[in-house]
Design a protein around this ligand. Structure first.
Ligand code: NAP
Length: 342
């Protein structure tokens, strides 16, 4: 890290800035608090971005518990994605200017008034998006895109079943699946949330609290089952999904918010003729940089065309960002939660 400095380009950055810091791992968020941190100047190849909004992703909560695959040592600033304005350019940075409106994607550091990061970690804010929409768009959109287009090869006319459809990655998958010409069946556990999911593009919804997944999907597909299943839930939802998937179906393993990583006997996909496919949206781009760049261009274009329109279900000021994480823990998420910076 560079030495502490007063970096005031853009007239907004001061000696210290506020951020949500995970000071120790905890089950109940007791190790997380908003703190003042010293400003640092960007080093060569880095930029300082004055952040206006960040969005909450489920992995943020997992990181406070040490349960995510990426396990930084505390203390660290939470937050994977944000939007703001470039305030200071480090030496040697080209192709961008102070004042540019940008998206920031990082593994940590985004629930903050400012962030210093390599210039390669910022992208232009898509035209027509404000800071809140920009902060809420990218992680969910890239997960939906890699899942449905690259891994699931979803085709027009196929049936797409989206679990966790009221959450960030689920709702983006509903929007993309509809755009790709699929018939979209969305699942969730609240009628109120599912009404919004329907407005966002789902043709059919299933409330798993009172309906049988297997029976309803079979009924809606005349016994065939779903062609592509997007599963960020795992546990029982994964198990039931193997009972309502079509021949040649693709069951996409995206996450385990249920808390149980399911297992499957290898003879089941063999007999039923379906594939179980793991998705790691970020890693996909790191391992295939050319395709990763194509993916980013595709989601930016889809955002400009209005396909990806993040539904912002709640907003919290940075000083109350701990409440935003509690919202996730209490399963109150609808679409995306945005944190706004003073
Ligand atoms: N593989 C990848 O590349 C990739 C990329 C990004 C995210 N993910 C993963 O995808 C999952 C979803 O992330 P997200 O940011 O979309 O989460 P989110 O916005 O919090 O949404 C999760 C949804 O899951 C449902 N849910 C079911 N059981 C739940 C439980 N026990 N606790 C909380 N929610 C539960 C909730 O809907 P109802 O209340 O309606 O049931 C909620 O809307 C996470 O596991 C995340 O790590 C994976």
């Amino acid at each position: 890290m560079s030495s502490t400095t007063r970096a005031d380009a853009g007239g907004v950055v001061t000696d210290t800035y506020r951020a949500l810091v995970c000071e120790r791992l905890s089950e109940d968020l007791s190790g997380v608090a908003v703190r003042s941190l010293p400003c640092v100047a960007p080093g060569p190849g880095e930029v300082l971005v004055r952040l206006h909004a960040a969005s909450v992703n489920f992995p943020d909560l997992l990181m406070t518990r040490g349960l995510y695959q990426f396990r930084p040592d505390p203390p660290f600033v939470l937050g994977l994605e944000a939007a703001g304005v470039i305030a200071v350019l480090g030496a040697g940075v080209t192709g961008m200017q102070v004042g540019d409106r940008v998206l920031v994607g990082q593994k940590t550091g985004c629930y903050a008034q400012q962030i210093v990061l390599p210039s390669s970690g910022v992208r232009p804010l898509p035209a027509g998006m404000d800071f809140a929409q920009g902060a809420a768009f990218r992680a969910a959109a890239i997960t939906a895109y890699v899942s449905l287009v690259r891994k699931g090869t979803l085709a027009a006319g196929e049936t797409l079943l989206v679990h966790g459809a009221s959450g960030g990655v689920g709702m983006a998958s509903v929007q993309l699946g509809r755009h790709l010409g699929a018939r979209v069946i969305a699942t969730g556990t609240s009628d109120e949330k599912l009404a919004v999911v329907r407005e966002q593009g789902a043709h059919e919804v299933i409330n798993l609290r009172r309906e049988s997944l297997r029976d309803r999907v079979r009924e809606l597909t005349a016994g065939r089952g779903a062609d592509v299943i997007f599963d960020p839930i795992g546990g029982d939802v994964f198990d039931e999904s193997t009972r309502c998937i079509a021949w040649d179906g693709r069951l996409l393993v995206v996450g385990f918010v249920s808390g149980r990583i399911p297992t499957i006997a290898a003879n089941i996909p063999l007999i039923k003729g379906f594939s179980v496919i793991g998705v790691r949206a970020g890693e996909y781009g790191r391992r295939n940089p050319a395709k990763g760049a194509e993916n980013m261009e595709a989601i930016d274009r889809l955002a400009r065309e209005g396909v990806f329109r993040p539904y912002i279900g709640a907003r919290f000021p940075l000083e109350r960002s701990l409440d935003a994480l509690r919202h996730v823990a209490e399963r109150k998420v609808l679409g995306k939660i945005v944190i706004e910076m003073p």
